[in-house]
Ligand binder design. Structure first.
Ligand SMILES: [Zn+2]
Length: 309
């Protein structure tokens, strides 16, 4: 790869857009990124183009600033140069003067530790703020990945907020109870709150929209967890679709028959569930069955189930 030729190409591209950037200046930057910071040449090119595009925002072209962002859960190797769209979810006290900042960055898929090195002289990241964080290097320590913010990194605050997904939890256990408010329910068309006797707590009398859900209790032999299955997962879990549930309720003139039928299918069955933890619920995103139940857990599970009868 000839950096000089590449620099001339980039310079020519900017000139087409009416921006004069000397090829020698571009070459210098490319040289530094490529040789001093070992940035792969594609990344170095992208970084340089992005740098000058930002200096001349009026001539900024969409193609010049297209950056591909890696999702945090997709990070699978160390020493890779990546870009993240992430929010600062936590900041810790650095334990060394060589570290400017250390904390957690999060995106829709999860969170990752970051270290911003003092000698990189990067802008200070604010807790809760979302950023485009470009040209960071993945690191791995004791099986966990982190990212290193260095001299070649670029940090741009974002106007929009990046939603942060929590890491999913997986639990294996038996469903020992199905709570009230499960089965066929009606939701407010305005706010999706569950409608009780035709009334939404926020919007008063509304004509509700039917939905399915399961509020279950899962016992893994050590702890019980409140688990919430949405409509799609409830249909898969129970084999009863929303259409069938409506029919059942109409026939019986009673909505509760649906929850009863669902209980009959799932109580006492063993599942491996995955979901996002909230203070009260594990919001299930996926589940599978059957799985191997641990011998030693069976007794405890049966005892707990009996207490609830
Ligand atoms: Zn409402």
């Amino acid at each position: 790869m000839n950096l000089k030729e590449l620099a001339e190409q980039i310079s020519a591209r900017f000139l087409e857009q009416g921006v004069k950037v000397p090829a020698s200046e571009i070459e210098q930057r490319l040289h530094s990124l490529f040789y001093d910071f070992k940035v792969p040449i594609e990344e170095a090119t992208r970084s340089v183009v992005s740098y000058y595009s930002k200096l001349h925002p009026k001539q900024e072209s969409a193609s010049a600033t297209e950056v591909s962002y890696t999702k945090i859960t997709d990070i699978s190797a160390e020493d890779k140069w990546i870009n993240l769209r992430a929010r600062v979810v936590q900041l810790w006290e650095p334990n060394s003067p060589s570290i400017a900042q250390v904390g957690l960055l999060g995106d829709e898929t999860g969170t990752i530790k970051f270290t911003s090195w003092s000698n990189a002289n990067l802008p200070i990241l604010k807790d809760g703020q979302s950023y485009s964080v470009r040209n960071v290097v993945t690191k791995s320590w004791q099986g966990r990945f982190s990212v290193s913010l260095n001299k070649a990194s670029e940090i741009v605050p974002l106007d929009e907020e990046v939603a942060v997904g929590r890491a999913e939890e997986e639990i294996a256990g038996a469903i020992i109870d199905v709570q009230s408010g499960s089965g066929l329910i009606k939701r407010c068309p305005e706010c999706s709150r569950v409608v009780v006797k035709g009334y939404c707590a926020e919007h008063g009398k509304v004509s509700g929209v039917y939905d399915l859900r399961i509020k279950g209790v899962l016992d893994n032999g050590e702890v019980v967890t409140d688990v919430l299955f949405n409509r799609e997962l409830t249909e898969r879990l129970t084999g009863i679709t929303l259409a069938q549930a409506k029919e059942m309720a109409m026939e019986a003139l009673d909505q509760n028959v649906v929850a009863d039928a669902m209980k009959a299918v799932i109580i006492g069955r063993y599942y491996v569930v995955r979901g996002n933890k909230t203070p009260r619920w594990l919001l299930i995103t996926d589940f599978k069955e059957p799985a191997q139940i641990k011998e030693e857990d069976i007794g405890t599970i049966l005892e707990r189930a009996q207490e609830l009868l």
